[in-house]
Design a protein around this ligand. Structure first.
Ligand SMILES: [Zn+2]
Length: 414
């Protein structure tokens, strides 16, 4: 499973020009589909090619990188059946690395100066590793699920009440037997919870799903310690003795998906409830302007789509038109995806990036500062691409503060 630390490590990889290939390719579950993968990769390579303003020389996937990808698909494709695989390749750096991802993601190939990581952020957010506890009064099975990998542990059956002591007895004695069954079940639930806690300590906090009979789920939930309950993601009802690992993964996967959708809705609703105090912005231009001032605390980005744009090679200014800073077009390099640039800039500034199916305004941000933003500008981008003179981190070419546009009145600000 990919982690945020691995994404941060990937972001340290850089090339001088846009020659680093990031390929996201779906590997079908049916092994027969492996034969078509090189051709599909080739189609994506063709889409990644670009030229035009801000591109010193035509950008194409290099022959050596294409060979490296084909080699990885031939040698390891069978290991990735039913996964999207991310491949990062750059012959100049000696890089050829493949990472199978836990869910199906939009296919794409991107050529840039560093790895394209938006799909990885989406996978981390929406396809986490998780645990499932399948419990009845005497039995418990624990599943750790990461993508298609499932590991299972079964607890020894708990002590039971002998059936002959229960079947023919009524009244007070039956009540005592019933109390004993409840007591034993409670011990069994506690033992299961203790094991879950130990697993959580060893492997880190992961979403927890509980499965079992209609009546046992709330009983087990009730005894869960707070640390585990905080990670409770949902439950599903099933007869534990009829479940297989594949069925557990299928049913639990739906719970995780529902949880992800609910979290998305919650994030969007919370964002829209923010007071109109100038701390929220929507739309690409406003988000670019906010990123230029290192002001983004939370960035909400869409899952799909690439938005080409420009990044100034001297001050880092991002814009749609390449003239969004004092260095103008000569200092700008075309970038394949401004949303990726925004996401990376936000992470580098210590902010948070969330991928939503439909973020407010297509892309949105909550800022660290309420309006007015600080006058010290370190990266300057015109709203909707309009250039204006301002200070720059690399050359300290200070411009009069009055020359900066009033951000609050710019288009896209809420
Ligand atoms: Zn610049």
């Amino acid at each position: 499973m990919i982690s945020r630390a691995e994404v941060a490590k990937l972001l340290e990889v850089r090339t001088a020009g846009p020659s680093l290939l990031s390929l996201y390719l779906w590997v079908p579950l049916d092994p027969a589909g492996l034969r078509g993968l090189p051709a599909r990769a080739g189609e994506l390579f063709a889409l990644a090619a670009r030229d035009g303003p801000g591109i010193p020389a035509a950008v194409r996937v290099g022959a050596a990188d294409a060979r490296a990808v084909r080699g990885l698909l031939a040698s390891r494709g069978r290991d990735w059946l039913g996964h999207t695989v991310a491949v990062f390749a750059c012959a100049g750096l000696g890089l050829a690395e493949a990472i199978p991802l836990p869910c199906q993601l939009q296919e794409r190939a991107v050529l840039a100066t560093r790895p394209h990581v938006r799909p990885l952020l989406l996978a981390i957010q929406h396809c986490p590793a998780y645990r499932v506890a399948v419990v009845d009064r005497r039995h418990a099975w624990l599943f750790s699920i990461a993508g298609t990998k499932i590991s299972t542990a079964a607890l020894p059956p708990a002590e039971g009440v002998r059936s002959h002591g229960f079947s023919g007895w009524y009244g007070l004695e039956a009540h005592r037997v019933n109390e004993r069954i409840i007591q034993l079940a409670r011990h069994h639930y506690h033992d299961t919870a203790t094991l879950l806690e130990q697993t959580a300590r060893a492997s880190g906090a992961e979403p927890l799903i509980i499965a079992g009979h209609q009546d046992t789920i709330p009983q087990f939930l009730a005894i869960l310690p707070a640390g585990l309950r905080d990670h409770f993601a949902g439950s599903f009802v099933a007869d534990p003795h009829t479940l297989t690992p594949a069925k557990v993964r299928d049913l639990a996967g739906r719970v995780i998906q529902d949880r992800g959708n609910l979290q998305d809705q919650h994030i969007a609703a919370e964002f829209l409830r923010e007071p109109p105090d100038g701390r929220t912005v929507t739309g690409l231009s406003a988000c670019l302007a906010a990123a230029g001032q290192h002001a983004i605390q939370l960035l909400l980005v869409p899952a799909g789509g690439l938005v080409p744009g420009y990044a100034c090679q001297r001050c880092g200014a991002l814009s749609s038109t390449g003239d969004g800073c004092p260095h103008g077009a000569p200092g700008s390099l075309a970038v394949p995806d401004l949303i990726e640039e925004l996401a990376v800039a936000t992470l580098c500034d210590g902010g948070q990036v969330e991928t939503l199916r439909d973020p407010p305004g297509g892309i949105a941000a909550r800022l660290r500062y309420a309006q007015p933003l600080p006058l010290r500008v370190t990266r300057s981008i015109g709203l909707d691409g309009a250039a204006w003179p301002a200070a720059c981190t690399c050359c300290d070419a200070d411009a009069p503060a009055a020359a900066q546009p009033p951000l609050r009145d710019g288009p896209g600000w809420t």
